[in-house]
Design a binder for this molecule. Sequence first.
Ligand code: BGC
Length: 415
Amino acid sequence: MKLNKYLKASVAALAISTGAAQAADVEVLHWWTSGGEAAALNVLKGDLEGQGIGWQDMPVAGGGGEAAMTVLRARVTAGNAPTAVQMLGFDILDWADQDALADLNETAAKEGWDDVVPDALKAFAKVDGKWVSAPVNVHSTNWVWANKAVLDANGIAAPETWEDFVAAVEALSAAGLTPIAHGGQAWQDATIFDAVVMSTGGPDFYKSAFIDLDAEALGSDTMKEAFDRMAFIRANVDDNFSGRDWNLATAMVINGEAGFQMMGDWAKGEFLNAGKVPGEDFLCFRFPGTQEQVTFNADQFALFKQGDAVGAEQAALASAILSPSFQSAFNVVKGSVPARTDVSDEAFDDCGKKGMADLAAAASSGNLFGSMAHGHAAPASVKNAIYDVVTAHFNGEYDSETAVDELVTAVEIAQ
Ligand code: BGC
């Protein structure tokens, strides 16, 4: 009896010291660690706090979420899955396939998710008729962020074509500035590659290469041209790009040290967090030559099974995430756009309004495609294989010809 008491006390102490989630808490594993991301996360924390639900934070730094997914795998293997996990596209399908995710159908039915979440997101949120994750937003990767004063001072307008972009970059370089702010990390190289491939080959080519994984497209002259364009970009970043975090690259544009950053619209969260105003301090425009297209990725919260039924706190989290007011408040801060199609764009700034209009237009004209770099075009094994080749080429290990050959082989092996 005494021993039992002692054990109970030790387990309670351990729970406190490890920060393990209590009954009515949600433990959330995510990679939102930059200033802008943390500001957005606070919107969600605040929302849940208002409902009396505690928040156990489990941040794992690393844009794109690769490190977070590694930690998640270890936690699940140890039989200690977090309640809720930020997750992208194919990773959700993968965990659903392993029967690890809770069934959210009751909440989804009660709140009519089927009617308001677009098919492109349902493809990654519903598996065999079951809702397994709660969509938070829609981001897209084919954006350019520019310092307006730097462009104005050098007589540069937002470039519309690749040729315009080359001219703008060369003008900035001639003026002694860093034309392109970039962080040399595989997922960032791949984020640029999404847009470069779309711009070089167009939407059918992007789909053949990254979604259908067609060897002919992967090994084509068009792909070689895309790698040549990556080499041009590489030649116009600063000497210290290697390993730099994406938000530090954004800061270079914010501070006027660099002209452009090619990055998903989470970059806008950093500009806003620094008090910058779109159209006045910075410009947002689609990567040259991809004005009609959107390469998207949607953050979702996958809720891991904790027992047979969905936990009350999990249902509350899912419901909070999908509420129209949260979808507006969160995405205004995050830089993304709502995952629901029925949210007004009123509270959004000009870049957000453009993001919402572009998404709707791309969806209806057949120009909406999953981002390769952010897990919405192909499973993680293929994504990582593409990362390796793109990064090796970016760092000068392969010329463009070799990169194309390596790409074909790497994708084939990864499938
Ligand atoms: C996520 C964003 C996040 C970005 C950088 C992307 O994969 O979808 O929410 O801000 O990575 O961390």
